[in-house]
Structures are given as C-alpha cells and as structure tokens.
Design a protein around this ligand. Sequence first.
Ligand code: 1GP
Length: 241
Amino acid sequence: MVSVYKNIQASSLKGEKQLAILIDPDKFFIENTSAFISKVNASIITHIFVGGSIVEENETDSLVNEIKKHTKLPIVLFPGDITQITNKADAILFLSLISGQNPEYLIGKHIEAVSKLREMNLEVLPTGYILIESGKETAVEKVTKTKPLSRKNSQDIVDVAKAGELLGMKLIYLEAGSGAKEPLTEEIITSVKKELEIPLIVGGGIRSKIQLENAYKAGADLVVIGTAFEEDESFFDNLKR
Ligand code: 1GP
C-alpha cells in the first residue's frame, strides 16, 4: 500500500477532501462488519479510523482483522490506549495531546508503545492532537485529566497547532470531542489552516452533510465522523459516491 501519510499529504496539496469514519470497537457489533463496511465502500469515505477511549484488550485486533476482509480502504488506528495497537492496521495516529500539559499523554504513553511498535509494520503518523471545549466534559478529558482549549480564543488554538508543526508533527487533529453538541466553528478551522503547512484533520460533532462541507470550506483536509454513523446508518445515504 502507498504510504497513508503521502496520500493524505498529496490530497491536501491538491485540495481533494478526505473523510474518515471512526469506528469504536466498544460500540460496534463485529457480526455487522460485512454489511456496514459495504456501505462504507459505496460512500465517499476514504479512511477507516478505529479506536475509542475505553476498549477491551484484543477487541481492536479482532475488529480490524474483520474489517480488512471487506475493504481496501486504509485502516488507521486512533488509539485511546496502547492496548489498542495492532499490527493488522495500516497506520497509527501517534497522538500527542498538545492541548494539555499531562506528560503521560505528551510523551509517556508513547514510550510505553515503542516496545510494541518496534515489532510491527505499522506506519506511524506523528499527530498533534488538540482538544477544544464542546460545552460538556468529553471522554478524552476524563481519561487524560486535561482541560480542553477554549473556543473563544482562536489565537491560542493556532499557536498550539503551530507549535506542534514546529516540533515536527506531520498532522494536526482539531477535536471537539466525540458526540460534541456543536462542531468546531469555521473561524477556528480557517485560522489554524492558514498557519499550517501540514494537513489538518477536524472531528467532533459533525452530523450533517452541510456541517461536513462547512468544515471542508473552512480548510479541513480530512474530516472524522463517528457518532452520526453510530446513531443512524441512513447517514450513509447522504454520502454516496
Ligand atoms: C471523535 O472526532 C471524532 O474523536 C469524531 O467525533 O463522534 O462526534 O463524529 P463524532
């Protein structure tokens, strides 16, 4: 497979928008994989992200294995924990939670992950992960014991994102949190995108085609949607190829 990163980067440079579906192994019935992934294959989705905040050991491995049987789309781990790392995926978002100041999530978990990654063939995508407040406490906040950045000060968000790029991260992920009431504003996305040379991922609270298009127009290169598909599979009908 062509490098997952090179693909994202090339699409970003050409202005071709990409869409990832986020599948949380904890909320997904593995028996439904074939039917569900056939809908993914018939849609404009370009990537399958797999991960969640709380997932039982080996659940991710079995699910990725099953998904792989039904699609050629790249499968990218979006792990909440190192137990979710599996060789069966194509790549892993190696997330550093740069919106917070908890060393465990800036570098600690990463050191623990090395013994696993060393043995594996996974493409590692260094990603600056930026949590932005959504009006309610998210799972990421609880698990990582960090506070999200305020929506009110977009310059702060821009500075954090730029610091991530200057540290050598290859992607920036702006996260409103899974199931956020409102997606990130276009103003926040646009101001971050203007300063970055690396591709921008945006996710959290996107539930309609219009919100998706707004995120793209504002500058998102790759959008991540999870809850909208979990709540209602008819969302696929809006996204047919
Ligand atoms: C969560 O950004 C992703 O980490 C997707 O969010 O579930 O709200 O689509 P939703």
